[in-house]
Design a binder for this molecule. Structure first.
Ligand code: PRP
Ligand code: URA
Length: 209
């Protein structure tokens, strides 16, 4: 079973609180999403495999550590996942970027796919799927299914706010996928929005409402 990591780092929690506030405008909201994604990436990379490498300093030869080299791909779920990409790239600038376009049908709350473009060598990469919100879990589950159908194997999911229902659904659909969460919230409302949540992440990022 994939692991679930809920970050309790004070810097992350503080920034999540600021991001949630109704008076936080798009410019600050975007900056906070990026910063939180960056801090989470730093934490989520703790288990990256390392190898020994011999280097020479100005003083002498020495054996030191470097990353083993399984290259990374970050795959935002459009639209709102885009807000997290720069934050991940701040930590791992060499990552390749894929895109998956999904929106929730307002009536059925089920995800509808409209775009998918992924790096070709997906099977070799450590893949981080990013989306600020895990509500019913439908979008994340479908996105990960698309990635697996195109060869992706080593997949992790990173979100800012998750509902218990979404965590359960994603774990059931993809038990091999680790889930990284900045804050686990109470529940979904009747329209499948997260409570207390932050509202519509896409609208808040892009100022569309
Ligand atoms: C939001 C969010 C997730 C999805 C989560 O996107 O960014 O992708 O809802 O909900 P779920 O877990 O119930 O699937 P939305 O569908 O509103 O599209 P948008 O990013 O284009 O606004
Ligand atoms: N999508 C959002 O943007 N917010 C929610 O609370 C649920 C789904």
């Amino acid at each position: 079973m994939g692991k679930i990591y809920v970050f309790d780092h004070p810097l992350i929690q503080h920034k999540v609180t600021l991001m949630r506030k109704v008076e936080t405008k798009a410019k600050d909201f975007r900056a906070l999403v990026r910063e939180i994604a960056s801090l989470m990436t730093y934490e989520a990379m703790r288990d990256l495999p390392m190898v020994d490498v011999e280097i020479e300093t100005p003083m002498e030869k020495t054996v030191q550590k470097k990353l083993e080299g399984a290259d990374m791909a970050v795959v935002p779920i459009l639209r709102a996942g885009l807000g997290m990409v720069e934050g991940v790239l701040d930590m791992v600038p060499q990552a390749k970027i894929g895109h998956i376009g999904l929106y929730r049908d307002p009536e059925t709350h089920k995800p509808v796919e409209y775009y998918c473009k992924l790096p070709v060598d997906l099977e070799k990469r450590r893949i981080f799927v990013v989306d600020p919100m895990l509500a019913t879990g439908g979008s994340a589950s479908d996105a990960i299914t698309f990635i697996k159908e195109r060869g992706g194997k080593n997949i992790k999911f990173m979100c800012l706010i998750a509902a218990p229902e979404g965590i359960e659904a994603l774990q059931a659909a993809h038990p091999d996928v680790d889930i990284y969460i900045a804050a686990k919230d109470r529940q979904l409302n009747e329209n499948k929005y997260i409570l207390p949540g932050l509202g519509d992440a896409g609208d808040r990022l892009f100022g569309t409402k």
